[in-house]
Design a protein around this ligand. Structure first.
Ligand code: C2E
Ligand code: CA
Ligand code: CA
Length: 665
């Protein structure tokens, strides 16, 4: 029973194997037109041989509608051969073919057997031959639709056999029997061929499915390789690949886009205070906000740590605004467990192609712009500009020239007098470096000092400059003090500090006359390392001054923590001395120094009014263009020798600074 059901299902074209049905149909549609052509040719031949012996209605009368029907079907199939059908349509079409094939077979066999009653042995022989070759031909043409081949074979050969049995014609019966058996064999061959065909299609379909699966898996692997595990945002690899692809595409289309880098502000303290778990949760929350942003023209990636990158494909005029809105979005508070946390974000943006034409160049430029945001305007967005480009170029030029500079001949020390008030006596000098590069000409100290610091050449430069300064100050009469600026790297290098002290000893200068100026920022970076070095210096008897006071963190705590002898009030306060705030700051620093028994130098005095105000505030040490600019050693040496004055001011003969310190105490 089960077998019969399976056979019937097969006969009806099993819809459970759509891929087989479709492949079957594709093969079939090319063969059916040949089948119809074969039928027509053979039928015309039979009608022709029987034209004289059979009635006209049987030959021509039946033949013509048969030919019309066949031609219509043939044309339909020819048309269909150009159209690819889906599996359902193909199944429907093949069911139709099994049915129609059976009808056509009934018509043709009835017609040919009805003609068998006319004509002599030759005509009858033709009929027997016609049926035999036509049925075998048809079965072959239907090899891709064995269901139809089976129907046709039985519809034709069974009446054929019965017809000749009834006629009692041994020869024709033998022929019919022969054909029947041949057809069975042919059918068996066809069916086994068809089974092979099905297997092939199935294995091809399996292969295709496997391939699809592999492709999906590969795509998923590729996605994971380009995804950040923590935030599930695209990662650094994706970011750089995507920028590279955009560059290649835009090169062809001459388009523009922007690359941005965002760095969280105050993330490190969160991580340090609450632990990495909370830090990770915070990063995930930031990532979630980005995902919810869902903007068309922006793609945000996590580059690592608390750094994010984005690609902006919209109107470049809005790029800065977009960067800023991302920073603002990040700055909204986060709810992590029971806590509410806030971080800020700064952003740097670079435009393609203005800022660079490779992914790394664009990234470096946006990073440079970010660095500018971080140092000058935290929480803001900076777009990389021509100005930045010029700065990078000049920094690079300085770096190159510095690398090959001859420190002995190209560098000089200038001296700016430090003046005591109210008597206006020069008590010492601040040494300030000057560089005249044969390549670049004069380079400002704040520029080359920054480059020397960044490229690790500062220690070498400091030692060379200090050597010059101490040698020269010794040549001046009296006990003049020397202030010398040190960088962060100097006060964290024990070796540099030792060499500085050796130089003081070697030149037999009283260490009390030497003041090393340091800034808050240089100490804050690595307080532990600096503290030890500063203690060594202090232990050797030299003084320490906190330079540019009031500009940096200005944490009064440092005044207590650091072994400081002197504070230098930044010149920006003197420049705005007419403002009450500035006066207030100067007054409180002066008073604080007095109460802490520290010296206080106010820098940047440029005119008489400022001087009078400072005198009224009871400042006792000043420096500035009003008295003298930094001068070459030859100039001060000559002036001191000829008149005993510098810029018209008398030189102190004793350790003026120390006396001031004692008198203020
Ligand atoms: P600084 O230590 O604050 O030095 C004072 C700066 O103010 C000097 O600039 C000086 O020329 C300038 N100045 C003096 N009086 C006035 C004034 O009345 N008005 C104005 N507007 N400016 C005045 P300079 O020589 O260009 O040096 C700039 C900075 O470079 C210095 O600032 C210091 O931080 C650094 N520097 C200079 N020489 C050295 C050095 O040998 N070693 C290190 N580490 N840094 C140095
Ligand atoms: Ca200084
Ligand atoms: Ca200063």
């Amino acid at each position: 029973m089960e077998k019969i059901r399976a056979f019937l299902r097969w006969m009806m074209i099993d819809p459970r194997h759509p891929e087989i049905a479709q492949a079957q149909y594709n093969e079939l549609r090319t063969q059916i037109p040949s089948l119809y052509a074969l039928l027509m040719v053979n039928a015309v031949a039979v009608a022709y041989t029987h034209y004289d012996v059979a009635p006209v209605y049987l030959t021509v009368g039946v033949l013509v509608p048969m030919l019309i029907l066949t031609t219509v079907r043939m044309i339909a199939w020819l048309r269909a051969s150009k159209i690819t059908l889906g599996p359902d349509e193909a199944i429907r079409k093949m069911r139709q073919t099994v049915l129609l094939g059976s009808v056509v077979a009934v018509i043709y066999i009835s017609w040919s057997l009805s003609l068998d009653g006319y004509g002599g042995p030759e005509e009858r022989g033709h009929i027997a031959l016609f049926i035999a070759i036509t049925v075998i031909g048809c079965i072959f043409c239907l090899m891709n639709l064995p269901q139809a081949a089976l129907m046709v074979m039985f519809i034709v050969t069974v009446p054929y056999l019965i017809h000749y049995v009834r006629q009692d014609q041994d020869v024709y019966f033998a022929i019919a029997m022969n054909i029947f058996l041949v057809c069975l064999v042919v059918l068996q061959v066809l069916i086994s061929g068809y089974t092979g065909f099905c297997k092939l299609v199935k294995s091809q379909a399996d292969l295709a499915a496997k391939q699809r699966e592999t492709e999906l898996l590969n795509a998923e692997n590729a996605r994971l390789a380009q995804t950040d595990a923590l935030t599930e945002l695209p990662n650094r690899r994706y970011f750089f690949n995507r920028v590279a692809t955009l560059i290649t595409n835009r090169e062809k289309q001459q388009g523009k886009f922007a690359v941005g880098v965002i760095d969280l502000d105050r993330f490190k303290p969160v991580n340090d205070t609450y632990g990495h778990k909370v830090g990770d949760q915070l990063l995930m929350a930031v990532g979630q906000r980005f995902k919810e942003l869902d903007l068309d023209d922006i793609e945000i990636c996590r580059l690592g740590g608390d750094e994010f990158g984005f690609l902006y494909l919209g109107d470049l005029e809005n790029a800065e605004k977009t960067g800023q809105s991302i920073c603002d979005l990040i700055s909204e508070p986060y709810r992590i467990g029971e806590m509410t946390l806030t971080v800020g974000a700064s952003c740097g943006i670079a435009f393609y192609p203005e800022a660079g034409t490779t992914a790394h160049a664009l990234f470096d430029r946006s990073d440079y712009a970010l660095y500018n945001s971080k140092t000058t305007s935290r929480g803001q967005t900076t777009v990389y500009s021509e100005e930045h480009e010029a700065r990078i170029r000049s920094e690079r030029a300085i770096e190159n020239a510095l690398q090959s500079a001859d420190l002995d001949t190209e560098f000089q020390v200038y001296f700016q007098p430090v003046v005591s008030l109210p008597d206006q006596i020069v008590v010492g000098f601040e040494a300030l470096a000057r560089w005249h590069s044969p390549v670049l000409g004069k380079v400002a100290p704040d520029k080359f000092i920054a480059v020397a610091e960044r490229t690790g050449q500062i220690n070498r430069l400091t030692l060379s400059l200090f050597g010059k300064a101490i040698k020269q100050i010794k040549e001046l009469p009296g006990d003049l003090s020397l202030s010398f600026n040190l960088s962060a790297q100097d006060i964290t290098s024990a070796q540099t500090v030792d060499t500085l002290l050796e130089a003081i000893e070697q030149h037999k200068v009283n260490p009390r006359l030497i003041t090393f100026e340091i800034t808050e920022t240089s100490v804050i970076g690595s307080y532990e390392a600096a503290e030890a070095c500063l203690k060594t210096l202090r232990g050797a008897g030299v003084k320490l001054a906190l330079d540019d006071f009031g500009t940096g963190y200005s944490s009064l705590g440092y005044l207590h923590r650091l072994p400081i002898d002197c504070v230098k009030v930044d010149r920006s306060f003197v420049a705005s001395i007419h403002e009450p705030v500035a006066i207030g700051v100067i007054t409180s620093i002066v008073n604080l120094c007095r109460s802490m028994e520290m010296l206080c130098v106010v820098e940047g005095v440029e005119d008489r009014t400022q001087l009078d105000l400072l005198k009224a505030l009871r400042c006792n040490l000043v420096q500035g263009y009003h008295f003298a600019p930094p001068m070459a050693f030859s100039e001060i040496a000559e002036s001191a020798a000829s008149s005993g004055t510098i810029a018209g001011l008398p030189l102190s003969c004793t350790d003026g600074m120390e006396q001031l310190r004692l008198s203020s105490a």
